[in-house]
Write a protein that binds this ligand. Structure first.
Ligand code: GUN
Ligand code: ZN
Length: 437
């Protein structure tokens, strides 16, 4: 075979390529991204091999390389959702309650159904389809307490070669018996899931105490030890989302200085710890998050929908706390990271803050990858990274096309996408170089 004939795992993707190289300092920071107006990336065995202008690369592609040309569309790294609940696809849009009542009335009811493997398997497929339709190529997913639910998600994701970070949401009190894992099985089950799935293909495990209300001190200590036992594993939980939640924590852990201090006591904070919500933080808690390099996960559609409060992005950023962005479906109301960015923008506006489009798109891609410790592997269009991509059309609807007639520049186009876009703006999603739609 001549050297320049395409190998079976080779393909090329052509269009307008946009990727971030560092966190933008603000609007107009042209050094934070790389944009190629007519670019090509060569993908080999699921990873990006070469990227450059079509004028340079087109003639150098091995003969026979299939080229998918997305004329006019913007090709970006696939979105990364750093906090979502896969057992809540039928909890989304549940009316009229704030956090603790919402959990009891809707969430715990639906989650108990995941004891049934067939239900878990069907929902895992739906969930992964929906992520793909929205251009999300990696998610940090809560499963239920039942190990079968995590198994179903990991198995479905592994089959698609899509990288999930997931864990069974462990609970041992203050929930329905159908969600509480007996002490004898909770840790062996989690250990077994880690051994079978963490590092299997693209899958990763996250130790997942649901929140400190539903785990005793003993269980939190065991989960901290588990995290310590498997150093590459991540940790995800909820923190300071709702005022009644915080009052309950004070009653349950009267000797701890704060909610964050509870997690700190059990070794659950650190650079691979994703703390969902972080709305009502005392200054000492902000300092704990900063000092441990933990990540505060901003979930705007959820915070508005459940009425939890406004995430103070600028305060946390100024304090040096790492920040990620997420949907939190089904407390969150959309699978779309574009709609999530739109709500983040509004949450910040209400506090006299701004979210430039560059910052939002960096967060959804490279920034969230960095929050997960996965920069370079996902979230970038660069040699060596997985070819996990979203192809976006800023003219996807008549109203968007009409607005785009007066778009001033790339940043303006990105702003239209984030404020008006949703799944309709996703023309294609690629997972490891293969179309997912
Ligand atoms: N706190 C504990 N569990 C949950 C959950 O499922 N969703 C949200 N938004 N907050 C929680
Ligand atoms: Zn959540």
């Amino acid at each position: 075979m001549p050297e320049r004939t395409a190998h079976a795992g080779l393909r090329a993707i052509r269009g307008r390529l946009l990727t971030f190289v560092r966190a933008p300092a603000g609007a107009g920071d042209a050094h934070s991204y790389r944009y190629i107006d007519d670019g090509i990336m060569l993908v080999k065995d699921g990873r990006i091999e070469l990227v450059g202008p079509a004028s340079d690369l087109a003639a150098r592609l091995p003969a026979g390389t299939p080229v998918e040309h997305h004329i006019g569309a913007l090709i970006m790294p696939g979105f990364i959702d750093t906090h979502i609940h896969y057992p809540q696809t039928q909890v989304i849009a549940s009316y009229g309650a704030q956090l603790l009542e919402w959990l009891e009335k809707y969430t715990f009811v639906e989650e108990q159904k995941f004891a049934e493997p067939a239900h878990a398997a069907r929902n895992a497929e739906f969930f992964l389809d929906e992520l793909a339709r929205n251009g999300t190529t990696t998610a940090c997913a809560y499963c239920t307490a039942h190990p079968a639910s995590a198994d179903a998600l990991f198995a479905a994701a592994h089959k698609r070669n899509v990288g999930m970070i997931a864990g069974n949401a462990v609970m041992n009190r203050l929930g329905p018996p159908g969600l509480l894992a007996p002490a004898a099985t909770a840790m062996p089950d989690s250990r077994d899931l880690i051994r079978r799935w963490h590092g299997t293909g693209r899958q990763r495990y996250a130790v997942t105490p649901r929140f400190a209300i539903t785990s005793t001190a003993e269980q939190l200590a065991e989960l901290g030890a588990l995290l310590n036992e498997f150093p590459g594993v991540l940790m995800q939980t909820h923190l300071d989302e709702n005022l009644n939640e915080i009052a309950t924590i004070k009653r349950l852990f009267p000797d701890d200085a704060s909610y964050t201090a509870v997690y700190a006591r059990f070794g659950l904070l650190g650079p691979r710890s994703l703390m969902g919500h972080c709305i009502h933080l005392a200054d000492s808690e902000v300092a704990l998050l900063r000092d441990t390099r933990s990540v505060a996960v901003f979930c705007p559609t959820s915070n508005l929908f459940i009425g939890s409060g406004l995430f103070d992005y600028e305060q946390l950023k100024a304090a040096g706390v790492r920040i990620a962005l997420a949907t939190d479906v089904g407390g969150g109301t959309s699978y779309s990271m574009l709609r999530t960015a739109a709500e983040a923008y509004k949450v910040m506006q209400l506090q006299g803050q701004n979210l430039p489009a560059l910052v939002a798109f960096d967060l959804m891609t490279r920034g969230n990858a960095a929050a997960l410790g996965l920069e370079g592997e996902i979230g970038s269009i660069a040699p060596g990274a997985f070819a996990d991509l979203v192809v976006l059309d800023a003219r996807a609807t008549p109203a968007m096309a009409h607005r785009m007639e007066v778009a001033r520049d790339l940043e303006d186009e990105l702003f239209v996408l984030m404020i008006m876009g949703d799944d309709r703006a996703v023309r294609q999603t690629y997972v490891a170089g293969r179309p997912a739609l």
